[in-house]
Ligand binder design. Structure first.
Ligand SMILES: [Zn+2]
Length: 138
């Protein structure tokens, strides 16, 4: 694969998906950066999938970009937007889900930033994510 610049913005976006997934009870197995502006977080739901939690996890990356990088509210990345719609939500529910995601990101800001600072250096396992989160727990 072509080398790319690992940016703190993309790292915070993916770190937010990962930390919010763990925070709502999903289990992260891996989080990595794919390109300067793209990454991926692999996670699975606990016993039962929960569409609202899954949608919040999907919106958390954008919420983090709004918090730290002044991303415009309406510029939700296409893939994350599709995930929310795939959960059965309508476009008009997006602002509500984004509001919930922004609240969760604010509550977990320290952990997200800590995970992002590690992720910008190298890809992480779910175990890494949980270790870093424990390190920032109050
Ligand atoms: Zn995303």
């Amino acid at each position: 694969m072509k080398p790319f610049r690992r940016t703190i913005r993309t790292a915070r976006h993916e770190a937010a998906h990962a930390v919010i997934a763990e925070a709502v009870g999903y289990r992260v197995s891996r989080v990595w950066l794919l390109a300067e502006d793209a990454g991926f977080t692999e996670h699975r739901h606990p016993i039962l999938p929960d569409p609202l939690k899954r949608a919040m996890i999907a919106m958390a990356g954008h919420a983090a970009e709004m918090r730290w990088h002044r991303a415009k509210k309406t510029h939700v990345p296409a893939g994350d937007h599709r995930t929310v719609l795939a959960m059965g939500f309508r476009g008009r529910s997006l602002p509500t889900i984004l509001m919930l995601a922004r609240g969760a990101v604010e509550e977990n800001a320290e952990a997200i930033d800590a995970v992002a600072r590690e992720l910008v250096k190298s890809d992480l396992t779910g175990r890494d994510v949980r270790r870093i989160m424990r390190g920032t727990a109050p």
